[in-house]
Every structure is written in structure tokens, then in C-alpha cells.
Design a binder for this molecule. Structure first.
Ligand code: C2E
Ligand code: MG
Ligand code: MG
Length: 735
């Protein structure tokens, strides 16, 4: 291996050759040996070697060269190659030159000519060894420096990473601290709590440190009823990898909160579990909203009472209990307020709502807490009486309710009374289905209404058949409109003084294909309830107007005749009503003053302003208005003044009792004088005896109507009457 080149410089060829040979022997093949005979040649050689990056461990130079001193050359070598070992050969001992060389060329040694070969050998070896020692040191230094640099770089990097770690830890901590949710970590062994963020205190009401110091607090805070859930939470979590549970906690301030705890197992790179981590969410609000939703689904918003859903649920429970316990009895009361619609329409929804709330409270006070008072909607309430002794218990409650609801209520500024009708379904039958029990109570309630309201009826199976009939009636009624099965009957209204015919009241009948002629009392209520009355009423008005117009053209007696047509509330509220009246008058070419319309007090009580306007529009068309069945409604006198009315018709009930009951006679008397003061006509309905006529005349009643003069008659009968009385107005008392 070549370790470098040794340069020998001497102007004496012989010496140079011998030097090289000796060196060759000393160093064997380890080094190249180059020779130069002058300083210039030596410098050239040096720059060549340098260009080839060849190491020069040793230069041996003669003191006296032809072109320069050996010491000067070595001084130059020292500047260029400080590491190179330099040996000076001296012929005579020029001490100055040697000292110069030692100082300026860092001379390694000088050798006096002629030299001893062994001496040269030792010196050269020592010089080379010293060179390589230096070289090694330099290398070591270099390595050291490099290692040092790397170390520094590593330290810098580590510091940077540490900073980054610190930053991210700080960031994480600030996130954890600002979280509303609780973040936790627990050890795998023994599940010891390792970390909790500050939210834990906010949520649980206990400090983080108290959790860390008391390992049992974790379960102690859990609501006793839910504690069983949390006990094996960690075991399950560890077994499954992730786990989520919901439970309640009991805070030290007594507040109960709902929490959702979601944990997972954290593993190392090899999948070995190292920790349990998790988040706890406070889901109290969510639970509350859910509970509210659930409550809303089963309760009436206005009164807070159970609604239909909950009622059905409770009935279903009672039915189940009945199957299990043979002598268990229950009953369902279906309560409908008799006058709620009138109150609601006339006093407004706010008063209506207040009334419903007041009634809800009252009903709850009428029963035991084990009973279920529910509101089905509108003015319909039900009470499920649970575990009663017999039907008498149910009827007693019904009586109590009827009595309570008869009394006036104070709602805001208003004193109102509503009255109620109650249907009772009792478990005498084995009901299979909750809806059937409700249906039967409903049917019984309808029966109570039909019986004149303000009473209760216990359901019996026959009622069901009757209800089915009613449904059939409704179906038939719909087709009756299409098939035009209605006919008009006419009842004369007589001038009591002269016996002359004034008006005829138009009374509708239904010519049923199977059942024959059906009276309005049987189908008008159904028609009103189903809204079919609007169509029927339109037909009646149209047919009556055309009929009268045609009589006017045929019979002299019909010239001054007026028709009085009954209206239902639904018709008056129909937004097209006036438009329809106009159309019918135009089509029949009947003048408005031949038409009178009969309304009832209750019809007017709701939507007062609207009705005043409608009645005024009718008056603008010269159509007159009668108040039918007067005295049975609830209108106050001041109320009447506001409407443009022409006639009061005294209800038949007063007329028929007037001769026997002084109280009714007094009412008739009052109505007559009222009509007179208000400048209205008065017609007495339902006159059946001469005595009644005389009495009415005495009281100053203008007109009357009743079986005494004529029952309602068919179109043919009326035509016959009109024909026979051509030219004369007087009407026979006995047709
Ligand atoms: P209303 O308007 O009070 O008609 C008088 C009712 O009393 C008629 O019964 C008539 O037959 C009956 N009546 C008349 N005089 C006597 C009498 O001396 N003694 C007795 N006991 N009754 C007498 P009807 O025809 O059965 O009508 C009953 C109710 O049906 C009417 O009472 C009226 O409110 C309603 N109605 C009749 N036709 C129509 C109609 O076209 N549209 C509407 N909306 N209702 C009608
Ligand atoms: Mg009438
Ligand atoms: Mg009447």
C-alpha cells in the first residue's frame, strides 16, 4: 500500500542515489521516493504531487543547493505542507542555517554528511511515525469534530421536538380544559383513574383531585338505581374494545344529571392494551327533551291531561286486568260540554281555552287519583273509572259532574255555564278492544244529547244498532241530495184577528225510497253535523222561491203571500250565502220582500259582527228576518237590539203551556210587549186550541201558526187551497 511520497533533494547525484537506495531499504515498498537535484526541480515536484493529492510525509533536503539554501526550501515546504516532516542534510555544520531551519521550517532533525545508515534509518522511521501520529490525531480530531457536530445537531433536533411536544401538549391541555365533556383515562390494571379534565368537576360537582384520590367516588356519584350499570363497565370495555353506557348521577347539590360514557381501549403498536380512555357527555338536556316529547305524545297541550293515546293505553290495561281478575270492574265516562261551541264562538278562543282548563281541574277533583281524566280534543273529556264496585259508582260520578258543570264558572270577566252530556260505557260486556269501549261511551253520550242534554246515559247494546242506523241515515242523506228526494211542505201563518193567510212557512221533508216521508227532526241534525245542510238548504230555498214565483203567476191568493224559509247556522256562515240568495232571487225572478228567513238565537250568538253584516245585506234586498223558537235561547234583550230583525216567533213550548202555567203565560206576554217596543211582528207557534187563540189575541199577538189552522201541507194541498180561495184572503180554521 502506498502511503505517500518521500522527496529527497541534493545536487550531488551520487549522494542522492545512495540516499534513495538506503531509504528504499528502510521503508521497503511503503512509500514512493522522488528525487530532485535543485530547489526549482523540488518545487515543481511538490506542485505535481499536490495536484495529484498525494501525501508527502517526509522531505530530506541538502543544505546547499545550486539555486537556493536547503533551509529556505524547507521553510517554504513548512508553509505549504506544515505536517510534512523535514530533515536537513548538512556537509559542514553551518549552525546558523540549522537554527534558521529549526525555527522557520519546523525542522524535524538534521543529519550530518556522511551519515550512518542505521542512524538515517531510525531518524526516518521516527519522522514517519511522528508524521502518522499527527495524521492520526488530525483524523481523530476530524471524526471528533464530526461527531460533535452531529451531537449538536441531534441536541438541536431533540430540543425542537421537545418544544413541539410541549406546544402540542399545551394545545391539548387547553382543549381538554375548555371542553364541556369529561375526558378520562384509566389504567388497565385495577382501572385506577389516571386523568380527568376540569369538566369532570363541572359535570359531577366533585373536584378532579377528589376523583383521583378516591377511586370509589367514580361509582359513588352514580345514581343508586343505575349503579349496577357502571360496576362492570370497565370489564366490558376491556373485553369488547369499546363500550358506551348511559346512567344518572346524583350531584352533591342534589341535582340529577344524565350522562353518556363512551370508552375505548388504547393499545400500543403491537395491539397490547395500555390504557382505557373515554369521554363523558352530559345528556341531561337531551333526555329532558326526549321525556318532554314523550310527555307531549301522551298529554293534551292545553290542559296537561292525558290525551287519547294515553287513555287508550290505560283502557287497554284495564281490559287486561279484567281478563286476569274476574270481579274487576271499570267504566268509561264520555263527557261533552253542551254549550261550549257557543261560548267559544261568542266570547273567543281565549275564554274558551280558560274554560277548558277550569273544567279539566274540576273533573280531576270529581274523581280519585287512580282514575284517568283525559281530554280527547275540543270539548270532549273522558274519565276512566278504575276498579269500581258497580255501575252505580259510575252513575254517581256522572251525577256529580253534571251537577258541578251546571253551575256558572267565572272565566276572566265572564260568568259562563256550559252544562254537559255524559255517556257511560260499563264493562258489563267483555270488551276486546279499547276503541270499542270508547265508541260505546261516545254513542251513549250522543244519546244523552239527543235526550235533551244535561243528562247521562249508560250504554246498552241496542244503542249500537241505532248508531249504525244513524250512519246509514247519513249515507242515504248524501245520495238523497243527488236524487232530489226532498219535498217541501207548507204551513200557513195566519192573521189572528182576521183569520187571513199572511205567510207560509216552508218545511222540508225527505221522501225516503224505503222509509217513506221523514220529518226534519230526524235528518236535519245529521245534515247539520255533516255539513250536508248547506246543499239541502240551498235546494229548499231555490225550490221554495221558484214555487212561490209560479204560484204568483197562477193564483190570485198568492199575490201577497210571503214564504218563510228556515236556515241553519252552517248556511248563514257559508261565505257564498248572500251570493247564492242573489242568484236564486234572480233565477226565480222573485222579489226580495216575498221572502222571509227564519233564524234562531243561538245561530246569532257566535260571530255577531259578521251576522249583523249579513242580516243587513239581506235587509238591503228587502228580505225579512224572523227569530224562530224565541225564548228557548239565551240571548239577552240588549243583544236583540243589535240585529235588524222583523219578527219574533214565540216557541211552541210556551204557547202550549201558556194556559196551564202562569209562568209561561208571563213569558208569552213579555215577548209580545218586547216585540211591540222593538217594532217587530210576533208570531205564536204551535197553536192547537181556540182558547190559545183568544188568549193570544187578548195579549196583542198579531199572528199565529199551528195545527188548529193547518198542519204543514203538501204542494198539492197548498195549490188546492190557493185555487179554492181565489179572490179571498180569509183562511179556514179547520182545513
Ligand atoms: P220550526 O221552524 O219551529 O217549524 C215548526 C215546526 O213545528 C214544524 O215541524 C211544524 O210541523 C211544527 N208545528 C207547527 N204547528 C204545530 C202545532 O200546532 N203543534 C205541534 N206539535 N207542532 C207544530 P217540522 O216540520 O217537523 O219541522 C221541525 C223543525 O225542522 C223546524 O222547526 C225547523 O227548525 C226545522 N226545519 C224544517 N224545515 C227546514 C229547512 O228547510 N231547513 C232547516 N234548516 N230547518 C228546517
Ligand atoms: Mg221555523
Ligand atoms: Mg219554530
Amino acid at each position: 500500500m502506498n502511503k505517500g511520497t518521500i522527496i529527497c533533494i541534493d545536487d550531488d547525484r551520487l549522494i542522492l542515489n545512495s540516499l534513495r537506495d538506503q531509504l528504499q531499504r528502510i521503508i521497503e515498498d511503503a512509500y514512493e521516493i522522488e528525487v530532485a537535484e535543485s530547489g526549482g526541480e523540488a518545487l515543481e515536484l511538490l506542485s505535481e504531487l499536490e495536484a495529484d493529492r498525494i501525501k508527502i510525509p517526509l522531505v530530506i533536503c541538502d543544505q546547499n543547493l545550486p539555486d537556493m539554501g536547503g533551509d529556505a526550501l524547507l521553510s517554504y515546504v513548512q508553509i505549504q505542507y506544515p505536517k510534512t516532516r523535514k530533515i536537513l542534510l548538512t556537509g559542514d555544520a553551518n549552525l546558523d542555517a540549522i537554527i534558521h531551519a529549526i525555527n522557520s521550517a519546523n525542522l524535524y532533525r538534521y543529519i550530518a554528511k556522511p551519515w550512518d545508515e542505521t542512524d538515517l534509518g531510525l531518524t526516518v522511521k521516527a519522522a514517519l511515525q511522528s508524521y502518522w501520529q499527527d495524521e492520526q490525531l488530525i483524523e481523530q480530531n476530524k471524526t471528533l469534530r464530526a461527531v460533535n457536530l452531529q451531537l449538536h445537531a441531534e441536541i438541536d433536533e431533540r430540543q425542537l421536538t421537545q418544544q413541539k411536544l410541549q406546544d402540542s401538549e399545551q394545545r391539548l391541555e387547553s382543549i381538554l380544559n375548555s371542553l364541556d365533556d369529561v375526558v378520562w383515562s384509566a389504567a388497565i390494571d385495577g382501572y385506577q383513574l389516571l386523568y380527568l379534565n376540569p369538566a369532570a368537576e363541572e359535570v359531577h360537582g366533585y373536584s378532579v383531585s377528589s376523583f383521583l384520590s378516591n377511586p370509589n367516588l367514580w361509582t359513588e356519584v352514580v345514581h343508586p338505581a343505575d349503579r349496577h350499570q357502571i360496576v362492570h363497565f370497565f370489564d366490558h370495555l376491556l373485553a369488547s374494545g369499546s363500550q358506551s353506557i348511559e346512567y344518572r348521577i346524583l350531584r352533591p347539590d342534589g341535582e340529577i344529571r344524565w350522562l353518556k360514557n363512551r370508552g375505548h381501549v388504547t393499545t400500543d403498536d403491537r395491539g397490547t392494551p395500555i390504557r382505557l380512555d373515554g369521554i363523558i357527555y352530559d345528556i341531561t338536556e337531551q333526555k329532558r327533551a326526549q321525556a318532554q316529547l314523550l310527555h307531549d305524545a301522551f298529554h293534551d297541550e292545553l290542559t296537561g291531561l292525558p290525551n287519547r293515546n294515553l287513555l287508550m293505553e290505560r283502557i287497554a290495561q284495564s281490559l287486561k286486568r279484567q281478563h286476569r281478575i274476574p270481579d274487576y270492574q271499570f267504566a268509561l265516562l264520555f263527557i261533552d260540554l253542551d254549550r261550549f261551541k257557543i261560548i267559544n264562538d261568542s266570547l273567543g278562543h281565549i275564554v274558551g281555552d280558560q274554560l277548558l282548563v277550569a273544567i279539566a281541574n274540576l273533573l280531576e277533583n270529581c274523581v280519585r287519583t287512580s282514575d284517568t281524566v283525559a281530554r280527547l280534543g275540543g270539548d270532549e273529556f273522558t274519565i276512566l273509572l278504575d276498579g269500581i264496585q258497580g255501575v252505580e259508582d259510575a252513575t254517581q260520578v256522572a251525577e256529580r259532574i253534571l251537577f258541578t258543570l251546571q253551575k256558572p264558572f267565572q272565566v276572566g270577566d265572564h260568568s259562563v255555564f256550559t252544562g254537559s252530556s255524559i255517556g257511560i260505557a260499563y264493562n258489563s260486556v267483555q270488551y276486546e278492544d279499547a276503541t270499542l269501549l270508547l265508541r260505546d261511551a261516545d254513542i251513549a253520550m250522543y244519546r244523552a244529547k239527543a235526550m235533551g242534554k244535561g243528562c247521562f246515559v249508560v250504554f246498552s247494546p241496542e244503542m249500537h244498532a241505532q248508531t249504525l242506523n244513524l250512519l246509514k241515515l247519513e249515507r242515504d242523506l248524501r245520495s238523497a241530495i243527488d236524487r232530489e228526494e226532498f219535498v217541501l211542505f207548507y204551513q200557513p201563518i195566519i192573521d189572528l184577528q182576521t183569520g187571513g193567510l199572511c205567510d207560509v212557512e216552508v218545511l222540508v221533508r225527505w221522501q225516503h225510497p224505503d222509509r217513506g216521508l221523514i220529518l226534519p227532526s230526524e235528518f236535519i241534525p245529521v245534515a247539520e253535523e255533516t255539513g250536508l245542510i248547506v246543499e239541502i238548504g240551498k235546494w229548499v230555498l231555490q225550490a221554495a222561491c221558484h214555487q212561490l214565483r209560479s204560484y204568483q203567476q197562477q193564483f190570485f191568493a198568492a199575490q201577497t203571500l210571503r214564504i218563510s224559509v228556515n236556515l241553519s247556522s252552517e248556511q248563514l256562515q257559508d261565505p257564498n250565502f248572500i251570493h247564492e240568495v242573489d242568484r236564486i232571487l234572480a233565477e226565480s225572478r222573485l222579489e226580495g220582500h216575498y221572502l222571509k228567513l227564519e233564524l234562531t238565537e243561538t245561530m246569532l250568538m257566535a260571530h255577531e259582527e259578521k251576522h249583523i253584516q249579513t242580516l243587513q245585506q239581506l235587509r238591503d234586498r228587502n228580505i225579512q228576518i224572523s227569530l224562530d223558537d224565541f225564548g228557548t235561547g239565551y240571548s239577552s234583550l240588549s243583544y236583540l237590539y243589535r240585529f235588524p230583525l222583523d219578527t219574533l216567533k214565540i216557541d211552541r213550548s210556551f204557547v202550549s203551556r201558556m194556559m196551564s202555567q202562569p209562568q209561561d203565560a208571563e213569558i208569552v206576554n213579555t215577548i209580545i210587549s218586547l216585540a211591540r217596543t222593538m217594532n217587530m211582528d210576533v208570531v205564536a207557534e204551535g197553536i192547537e186550541t181556540e182558547a190559545e187563540v183568544s188568549h193570544l189575541i187578548q195579549l196583542g199577538c198579531d199572528r199565529g201558526q199551528g195545527y188548529l189552522f193547518s198542519r204543514p201541507m203538501s204542494q198539492q194541498q197548498l195549490e188546492k187551497c190557493l185555487r179554492e180561495r181565489q179572490g179571498q184572503l180569509e183562511f179556514c180554521h179547520h182545513p
